[in-house]
Design a protein around this ligand. Structure first.
Ligand SMILES: [Ca+2]
Length: 190
């Protein structure tokens, strides 16, 4: 096993990829430009009607994974959360939670419109302030909010839970003078 891990590290080094030993890569291969770190919770033991207080349930953490964007839409209930395929293949179907944190590059000072769409509930925090509350049990629903940002970097956090049935999570923004789009991977900094 140690030899195998050594070979994996060698292979990653040869590919020029960063391997962060503090993050559990369930597929053992980091995704390119994956700068959004999501802590994943198994909520199968809970009765869910809204996002739980993740700080109070550390025992339900099942690991962390990094993704490049929040752009997940699963139309097949039986599939795993497609952004995380090859990782939590058998677990991310029903009753799970995510707490995702990332550093966002802001190019222009001004009003940015954020749109957070999810099934079931989600919330968006920017620099520690809740700016979108899209919580509770529901099918895919989008909530929008205008936020004044200063050029530089902002810390974003998205909390999410999936209860039963279909599931989705998408985070879009509209920069000043721009169009609404999924926040692209290259705007999340390492
Ligand atoms: Ca659902």
């Amino acid at each position: 096993m140690k030899i195998l891990m050594f070979l994996v590290v060698l292979l990653l080094a040869a590919c020029g990829k960063q391997f962060d030993s503090t993050i559990t890569y369930y597929n053992e291969v980091p995704v390119e430009n994956a700068n959004i770190t999501c802590t994943v919770y198994d909520l199968s033991s809970m009765s869910l009607s809204k996002i739980p207080d993740f700080d109070t349930i550390p025992q339900l953490k099942i690991g962390q994974i990094k993704v490049d964007q929040l752009d997940v839409l699963d139309t097949n209930n039986s599939q795993q959360f497609s952004k995380f395929k090859n990782s939590f293949a058998s677990t991310l179907v029903e009753k799970f939670g995510l707490s995702c944190v990332a550093k966002l590059q802001v190019d222009v000072t001004g009003t940015h419109k954020f749109s957070l769409s999810s099934d079931d509930g989600s919330r968006l925090f920017i620099n520690g302030v809740k700016v979108i509350d899209n919580d509770n049990l529901h099918g895919t629903t989008m909530v929008e909010s205008n936020v004044n940002l200063t050029a530089g970097t902002s810390i974003i956090k998205v909390e999410y839970f999936q209860n039963l049935g279909s599931k989705s999570l998408m985070l879009l923004w509209k920069e000043p003078g721009g169009i609404s789009t999924i926040i692209p991977a290259n705007r999340f900094l390492n």
